[in-house]
Design a protein around this ligand. Structure first.
Ligand code: C2E
Ligand code: CA
Ligand code: CA
Length: 692
């Protein structure tokens, strides 16, 4: 029973359900219905014309065969009138559709009804033919009528596919009456009746399938449209979101950039800010020249350490505010770090120099006003270094570097408070750079050699020592004076390796000349940087061991800066060790540095070398210094060596004052070891030597 009921339902659905199991929602179904109606009306004229043609040919056929009756003619007239109405109805429908893109439910119902009525009416007219004509005609006429009706039904499966129930009713109206009549009439033709019924069944199935395909394709069309709409909507939402997000990201980036490019304490640009400002200014106006003012506060450390860091911060804030008032919108003010400020001025070439002068003056006036902070009245000054971009198109880093150097020069020289980083400083700087670079390769390229200058006993005229003087013949720079490259080597610590090489070379040189008396020493210049290296004394004794030179034949020349250095005790310990080994210690360039005579006893020293500047001058003042030095040195038991003696006059004076040994161009220039032609004439003291 269950199965039967299900079967009936399924058949019912196939026969009666226009959606044929497709469950579209009501709204969608409504849209599909409107599409189907449109299509039905589009097919309307074809359906009507086929009807007209078929009915006309039927009537003509009867007329030709002599079967034409009055009733048939009236039928044809009715058919023509109905067809006329249907065409007229179709025309009206398109007029309505022109005004309404979307039909209301009421309009839909109205126009569907009219269409269906037209179809059903036409179908009924053909039922009349089936019921009245088939039984009355025989033979060929009957067959031809059937063929015309069957042809009409076949065409209807496609043309009436948009209307489901009515389409099926139309098919039935066409084919059922002849089938019934063929069975019940006098000479019933069962075979033909069965054939018609089978044909009807096939047409019904075809019509249903056609309708199903139409329905599904319209459903799909609308679902696709909905999808597209949906996507468009979502796109719009995403676009809106993106726009808001972008705006927020931009705002946040702006805030972050502000944070990153400004100094937290003073609110002016920090390093990054200044660089960014410069880059963007240069991009927006390529024709401007730039000047960087490096402003370094004087004695700020005293305020910071002496009062407090909080007061130091207040001073920095006050200074930055005052500087800000001197710098226009089109220029930039930044804090480079600590107590250093930067002003970057941008202007056409001819305006830049006056602008710098004005700005410096304004800044000095503003900053020099007393600063009052919690009961303290503070006076702040500053040194300024200026660098100009003019014609060189330097990077901001270079400009700042030059201005910084110029400011440092102001501090160092103590002259004035503004210094321009001029060409000379630039060349100096570049020279230093190339010397440093060449120095790094000099050792491995074997560019060093040593010259030896004799030190002569003031009484006997014998050579008591040779001083080793380093020479550098650079492949790229040519000969470079030790006065130039030694300080640079000291800065970069290259001096440690160079000094060690020099010491080994010099010790070996003395060993290589057995004809030189065993009492003659080798004097080697040693930098503080070498002495403070761990195991310096070990290094020296290793070289002595390697070369086989007795420690007593080695003297080390150190400058007075050993007294000034913080590591005095460490230096003293090392020098003590060396002294204990038998090595002599000479104080070089005596009188120019920081040592006072009274400190000579703090370190084991064997001799002092009076600086050549005193000997070359040899005026009253120099004479006082030399005499005092000799007096005190002798009291401490030290020898005194005079270096830089160029004339016999100087030689005679110094010997008269009591120096123990002499050195200088007068006796011999630095050269090969051993030295064979020492200039040593006691009787050659001439007046003219004073000036030479
Ligand atoms: P210094 O130790 O005072 O060396 C003496 C300098 O005076 C040498 O210059 C020498 O050539 C020069 N001199 C000698 N007699 C006279 C003279 O009669 N008149 C004048 N005007 N000058 C004279 P040099 O060779 O150019 O050396 C310059 C400085 O370089 C040395 O001054 C020394 O401080 C440093 N130096 C040289 N070789 C070495 C070394 O191997 N190691 C270290 N650390 N420094 C060295
Ligand atoms: Ca020396
Ligand atoms: Ca010297």
């Amino acid at each position: 029973m269950e199965n039967n009921a299900g079967l009936v339902r399924r058949i019912g659905k196939r026969v009666l359900d226009p959606g044929i199991g497709l469950h579209a929602d009501e709204e969608l179904t409504g849209k599909v219905r409107r599409d189907l109606l449109d299509l039905a009306y589009r097919n309307n004229w074809a359906n009507v014309l086929v009807n007209l043609a078929a009915s006309a040919s039927l009537v003509v056929m009867f007329w030709l065969r002599g079967d034409l009756s009055r009733g048939t003619v009236i039928w044809l007239l009715v058919v023509t009138v109905v067809c006329g109405f249907r065409l007229w109805g179709g025309y009206l429908y398109w007029l309505v559709r022109e005004n309404f893109t979307e039909l209301s439910d009421a309009l839909l119902r109205k126009w569907r009804f009219r269409y269906q009525a037209g179809v059903i009416f036409t179908g009924l007219l053909w039922s009349v033919v089936g019921l009245t004509v088939i039984p009355t005609v025989r033979g060929e006429s009957q067959f031809l009528t059937m063929i015309i009706i069957a042809g009409m039904a076949g065409g209807a499966t496609g043309i009436l596919a948009p209307v489901f129930l009515v389409g099926r009713l139309y098919l039935c109206a066409l084919l059922l009456p002849p089938a019934v009549i063929l069975m019940v009439m006098e000479d019933a033709s069962y075979i033909l009746a069965a054939l018609v019924l089978v044909f009807l069944l096939v047409m019904l199935v075809t019509h249903r399938n056609n309708h199903a395909v139409l329905f599904k394709s319209f459903v799909l069309k609308h679902q696709n449209q909905e999808l597209i709409e949906d996507l468009k909507q979502k796109n719009r939402v995403t676009e809106d979101w993106n726009a808001t997000l972008e705006a927020r990201v931009e705002q946040r980036t702006e805030e972050l950039r502000d944070l990153v490019e400004h100094d937290a304490l003073t609110g002016i640009y920090n390093r990054d800010g200044i660089v960014a400002w410069f880059e963007s200014r240069k991009r927006s106006d390529a024709l401007l020249d730039y000047a960087v003012l490096f402003i370094d506060l004087d004695r700020f450390k005293q305020i910071n350490d002496g009062l407090s860091h909080a007061i130091g911060d207040e001073v920095l804030r006050a200074v930055s505010m005052r500087l800000g008032e001197c710098v226009g919108q089109q220029h930039a003010l930044g804090r480079w770090g600590g107590d250093e400020f930067l002003i970057v001025l941008a202007a056409p070439h001819h305006e830049l120099h006056p602008l710098v002068e004005d700005t410096v003056e304004l800044a000095q006036q503003a900053v020099s006003q007393p600063i009052n902070i919690v009961g303290h009245t503070l006076h702040v000054g500053f040194s300024t270094g200026v660098a100009f971009s003019s014609g060189r198109n330097p990077s901001i880093a270079e400009l700042i570097h030059w201005a910084d150097l110029a400011a440092a020069e102001v501090k160092r020289s103590g002259r004035g408070s503004v210094h321009n980083y001029d060409k000379m400083l630039l060349t100096e700087q570049e020279r230093r750079l190339s010397v440093t670079q060449a120095l790094r390769r000099a050792m491995s390229a074997d560019e060093f050699n040593i010259q030896y200058q004799p030190v002569i006993d003031a009484v006997t005229g014998e050579i008591t020592a040779y001083e080793a003087l380093l020479r550098w013949n650079s492949e790229t720079l040519g000969p470079v004076s030790p006065d130039e490259f030694i300080p640079i080597a000291e800065e970069s610590a290259l001096i440690v390796d160079i000094g060690q090489w020099c010491m080994r070379q010099a010790c070996q040189a003395l060993q290589d000349h057995p004809e030189i008396p065993a009492t003659t020493k080798i004097a080697i210049n040693v930098s503080i940087r070498q002495i403070v290296m761990p195991n310096f004394a070990d290094m020296v004794s290793r070289i002595l061991k390697e070369t086989g030179l007795p420690a007593e034949r080695l003297a080390l020349e150190v400058t007075e800066s050993i007294f000034e250095k913080r590591q005095t005790t460490q230096i003293a310990t090392v020098l003590d060790q060396l002294h204990a080994m038998g090595i002599e210690i000479f104080i070089d360039d005596f009188g120019t540095g920081y040592s006072s005579l009274s400190r000579l006893h703090e370190i084991h020293v064997d001799a002092v070398k009076i600086d050549k500047s005193f000997i070359l001058a040899m005026d009253e003042n120099a004479r006082v210094v030399i005499e005092a030095a000799i007096l005190i040195a002798h009291r401490f038991g030290l020898k005194v060596i005079a270096e830089g003696i160029e004339t016999s006059y100087q030689r005679a004076e110094l010997i008269a004052m009591g120096v123990d040994a002499c050195q200088g161009y007068f006796f011999a220039r630095p050269g090969e070891m051993p030295c064979h032609d020492i200039h040593w004439q006691t009787d050659l003291i001439k007046q003219g030597d004073r000036q030479s």
